[in-house]
Design a protein around this ligand. Structure first.
Ligand code: CP3
Length: 335
């Protein structure tokens, strides 16, 4: 069976599919109740039974057209031997990288550490097998991972420094290229029908550094995903020039943030587009949500557009507003 997203990007359906980044997360009481009993976030991601349950929660509640695996981009640094903790009211907290460890990680050990994630992908694929919904696997882009690995915490609020393009940085980027491909391949073999690449911090870089840190490393992953005959989505958050990104990297689908004008995207980019709506809009009233949703849907006019947000669902979002959002998109489909 074709999925709705496949039909949409191949122009075989005028229905707009919808799923949301961070659709499984703290805004859902059913997630919070599991999270409360599981304080160690990495362990939770590596618990196949619970991560499968969490992945399916928003599908059961809202009927989204795709399930994104409940996991995290920082599981890759973790499986590469760097200690990662998620601290309450702080976010990720990483220990210093040890190059000796990083350069000696074996493929089998990496795959063994992340095996529960691949089992979750298999579970979800099985659950969705009789539906037209996609199973989305994902990785962090090399730049965003490098940033967390070297900065050892979120670069939020300018809390980071620019790295030289030296041997040390190149060593880490090469290792990331190698192991991200291993992680992508294992997710595809387990049943992921789409791979999304999150480059959440691409917008921090000056134009002159994009080729080295963003275009080249992501292109390498995209070419790999294409060889595996799997759909790729890229989310280079907050970059200034999406057209240049698409021309250089050539993903199947481009996911946009909320700072870019969607009509400029429509007029300059000719691959399928995803996302855009500011997640803060979901904290407003229903009328504002309707107006903003309509703006995106009218701009793309049912043409190869996947509804999503311009970043993840905020924890303070009322699930009723997500229900309203889904209903608005579905009722537009019927028009
Ligand atoms: O989208 C989904 O529903 C699937 C699961 C998913 C998570 N993280 C779960 C998560 C995905 C795809 C991610 C990606 C991710 N993780 C990114 C890229 C997207 C983005 O948000 O920019 C990044 C940068 C991370 C790293 C990360 N993970 C940070 C900075 C934090 C702390 C900040 C925060 O939002 O809490 C996390 C934790 C995290 N990852 C949570 C969830 C549901 C919250 C954990 C909690 O319950 O405390």
């Amino acid at each position: 069976m074709n999925t709705l997203i496949q039909d949409c990007i191949n122009n075989k359906s005028s229905e707009t599919p919808i799923w949301l980044m961070r659709q499984a997360g703290r805004y859902l009481p059913e997630f919070r109740s599991i999270r409360k009993k599981n304080q160690d976030f990495i362990k939770l991601c590596l618990n196949t039974k619970l991560s499968s349950e969490i992945t399916i929660q928003p599908i059961e509640r809202f009927g989204f057209d795709a399930a994104i695996i409940f996991s995290d981009i920082l599981l890759v640094p973790y499986a590469l031997g760097q200690q990662v903790n998620f601290k309450k009211n702080f976010g990720p907290d990483l220990r210093k990288i040890d190059l000796k460890i990083l350069n000696n990680v074996k493929k089998e050990d990496f795959l063994h550490k992340l095996d529960p994630v691949y089992k979750t992908v298999k579970e979800i694929k099985k659950k969705l097998s009789n539906s037209n919904k996609d199973t989305i696997g994902f990785v962090g882009a090399p730049w965003t991972l490098l940033l967390y690995m070297l900065n050892r915490k979120s670069p939020k609020g300018g809390n980071f420094r620019v790295f030289p393009k030296d041997k040390y940085v190149n060593n880490i980027l090469m290792k990331l290229d190698e192991f991200l491909k291993i992680h992508i391949e294992a997710q595809i073999e387990s049943g992921a029908s789409i791979i999304q690449i999150f480059d959440s911090w691409a917008g921090l870089l000056p134009e002159k550094d994009l080729e080295y840190f963003v275009y080249k490393p992501i292109k390498s992953l995209i070419d790999f995903i294409r060889k595996k005959k799997t759909i790729s989505i890229c989310f280079p958050r907050n970059i200034n020039n999406y057209k240049k990104f698409v021309d250089n990297v050539k993903p199947d689908i481009i996911s946009i943030d909320y700072n870019v004008d969607p009509s400029i995207i429509r007029d300059t980019i000719d691959i399928p587009v995803q996302g855009g709506l500011d997640p803060k809009i979901l904290l407003q009233n229903k009328e504002i949500v309707r107006n903003e949703v309509t703006k995106y849907l009218k701009t793309f006019d049912k043409k190869r557009y996947i509804f999503n947000l311009g970043h993840g669902v905020l924890p303070e979002t009322n699930p009723d507003m997500v229900r309203h959002l889904v209903d608005e998109v579905r009722s537009f489909n019927g028009q």
